[in-house]
Design a protein around this ligand. Structure first.
Ligand SMILES: [Fe+2]
Ligand SMILES: [Fe+2]
Length: 164
């Protein structure tokens, strides 16, 4: 099924993350020196795109999907994936990933994305009408835009924080 336009911003981010997973997979076996560069790249991608992506899915996609009984177990599984992947990102940031961890990350991340694309998004497009999808698309656009602005202005945001 063609991806509905409401879900395209998330699908585009899936493509970016998948491209990274494929590159890690092809780079194997990864040496100790390369390990450092991969962890830096994973950390950068996580901060630039994935944090926002996970938040948008958890705030908008998963609660919408949960309204359909048959999607509840899948949403639970996807939430557990997010928790595990967040731990992996923390490990990358701390520079603690082994070459085996990097490969495992690439596999887990691509499996997670495939579940969202082939099962969750497909099923949501079947279950939701055009109006509901458009509403979700609008909310997603706002969430991704707000997050992008918040990320673009970290100094400003910090400056606005009231003094203790
Ligand atoms: Fe996800
Ligand atoms: Fe996703």
């Amino acid at each position: 099924m063609l991806r509905d336009k409401s879900l395209i911003p998330l699908s585009r981010q899936h493509q970016h993350a998948l491209a990274l997973c494929v590159r890690i997979d092809r780079a194997s076996p990864i040496t100790d020196a390369e390990r450092v560069a991969w962890q830096a790249e994973i950390t950068q991608v996580f901060q630039a795109e994935i944090t926002i992506h996970f938040m948008a899915e958890e705030a908008l996609i998963f609660p919408t999907a949960r309204k359909f009984q048959d999607l509840i177990p899948l949403v639970e599984e996807l939430l557990a994936d997010h928790a595990r992947l967040r731990e992996t990102f923390a490990k990358a940031q701390a520079g603690e990933m082994s070459p085996a961890d990097l490969l495992a990350f690439a596999q887990e991340m691509s499996a997670h994305i495939r579940k969202e694309e082939r099962q969750l998004f497909e099923r949501m497009q079947e279950l939701m009408n055009a109006e509901e999808l458009a509403g979700l698309g609008h909310d997603l656009e706002e969430a991704l835009k707000d997050a992008a602005q918040a990320c673009a202005l970290p100094a400003h945001a910090t400056a606005l924080r009231p003094a203790k």
